[in-house]
Design a protein around this ligand. Structure first.
Ligand SMILES: [Fe+2]
Length: 471
């Protein structure tokens, strides 16, 4: 009999995890307590999970389902990658990395020439320029916007005036911005009245048009193999087309699968009812069967998403060797996010979990108009500008979500729309799903745009969308 009496209250559970070097999320803790799962804690600290260093809701639910309806040996819930410690230093280092990288980009703007730090700014008069991370955003009662920004040593209040058309500027918490303004020290503490907000942004540029033969990179996402609503016939049609002798198919050299490649298990309550294949390894093996038909001269890149069998928190590591083997010989594994260098072009790939946060933060953005949210991400040169929210992030010492290299193509997914756009010369796509409308989407009155293959020519501005089913 396991000593689960030891694990009946929060303090003893946290203490036990802590002794094993593990961070546990509050939701995971709630589930363990609410369902008296103390006796499964030793399983949670099995070798794989200890190496990953983090226990979240998904881990607990996966093991819970394994315990009640399917042999738990079939579940691989974590791939070790980044060790997480719950210290304040980790968060500090993460935010310092974000700030430093984005400051470097912002400082290249000619408008920021002569910028200084906040401590110096507060002792100055006249026009000032500095870079800060936003910690507070609020409307004043007169309809202006007041924000507080911080750098590595100090913080200051900045007023965005209606009269300068800055009060409606979309400012997100945790984003890093440049400010050009004037200092006022009238009532003691220095306050800045902003004249201009400088974003890291994407420099304008033209898409290269060469006379070379087309070389296509194709993008699909959110395939959800294993779900009853996976569009198997459309997917097969797409594979047949890729194998065909048409010129476009012949010039296809790269295929990107940007996450949620299978439906997984234990991702949401009662998911078992929606599954055709209950075992995640069998789901990956089924996907591997399809991918094995793709001609060998096409490189297939596969990234995980929130439904996949890796750690939920980003950056997500690549799939385990076991999963890689079932996906087949032709596959190159990617972490989430990743930048690919293909034919001299930068292709940024991100599953897109932060889009859930961005649709709530960006006025006018929703799942149908997801391009608005994607452009706000590019403008901020950060894949998850606001820390946390619905996007679980690891406070790694290096912030991998900063968009350091300007992409030529930005591929994302997750929300099951299909949106194509061009922001300052960056072609982007919210890649199409291969899953029909789910019950949840029906409830939310959202219709996905499934069964489309998006193809970007790396040698010209040509973008082709091939549709393999009806909406
Ligand atoms: Fe997703």
């Amino acid at each position: 009999m396991r000593s689960h009496l030891l694990f009946q209250d929060k303090a003893s559970i946290l203490d036990y995890f802590n002794k094993h070097g593990l961070l546990v999320s509050p939701k995971a803790l709630d589930i363990i307590l609410a369902r008296s799962l103390g006796d499964m804690i030793p399983r949670l600290i099995s070798e794989d999970i200890v190496s990953a260093g983090y226990v979240d809701e998904k881990t607990v639910k996966s093991i819970l389902i394994g315990k009640t309806s399917t042999p738990s040996e079939n579940f691989e819930v974590y791939i070790p990658d980044v060790r997480v410690r719950s210290s304040v230093d980790d968060f500090r280092n993460h935010f310092v990395s974000k700030y430093t990288k984005l400051k470097k980009i912002i400082s290249t703007s000619s408008s920021m020439r002569g910028s200084t730090d906040i401590r110096s700014v507060k002792k100055t008069s006249g026009e000032v320029k500095f870079v800060g991370m936003v910690s507070t955003v609020e409307k004043t009662k007169n309809g202006h916007k007041r924000i507080v920004v911080e750098d590595l040593e100090d913080s200051v209040s900045v007023i965005l005036m209606k009269s300068k058309n800055l009060a409606d500027e979309l400012i997100l918490q945790d984003e890093v911005i440049g400010i050009v303004g004037n200092v006022s020290t009238g009532q003691g503490e220095a306050v800045i009245f902003a004249n201009e907000i400088i974003r890291p942004d994407i420099p304008f540029r033209m898409i290269d048009e060469t006379s070379r033969e087309p070389v296509y990179v194709a993008s699909i996402s959110d395939i959800h193999v294993g779900s009853k609503t996976f569009r198997r016939d459309d997917f097969r049609k797409m594979i047949s087309w890729i194998k065909s002798s048409s010129d476009e198919a012949q010039n296809l050299k790269y295929l990107v699968l940007s996450g949620d490649v299978v439906d997984g298990i234990g991702v949401y309550p009662s998911q078992e009812d929606d599954l055709e294949i209950m075992n995640p390894f069998e789901q990956y093996a089924k996907l591997g069967e399809y991918l094995s038909e793709i001609p060998e001269d096409i490189t297939v890149f596969v990234m995980p998403g929130n439904h996949d069998s890796v750690r939920l928190a980003e950056p997500q590591p690549v799939f385990s060797q076991k999963i890689a083997q079932s996906l087949g010989r032709n596959v190159t594994l990617l972490p989430n996010p990743s930048t690919l260098h293909l034919e001299g072009k930068n292709v940024l790939v991100y599953h897109g979990m932060s889009l859930n946060d961005m649709v709530e933060l960006v006025p006018g953005a929703n799942f149908e108009t997801i391009g608005k949210a994607i452009e706000e991400i590019l403008k901020r040169r950060h894949l998850a500008p606001k820390y946390g929210g619905k996007t679980p992030l690891i406070p790694s010492p290096v912030d991998y979500h900063v968009i350091e290299e300007v992409p030529d193509i930005f591929i994302t997914g997750h929300v099951h729309s299909h949106a194509l756009g061009n922001y300052r010369g960056v072609r982007y796509v919210n890649s199409s799903t291969w899953q029909s409308q789910t019950e949840y989407q029906k409830m939310m009155n959202f219709s996905p745009n499934p069964s489309r293959l998006t193809m970007f020519d790396l040698n010209s501005r040509t973008t082709i969308v091939k549709k393999f089913g009806v909406d």
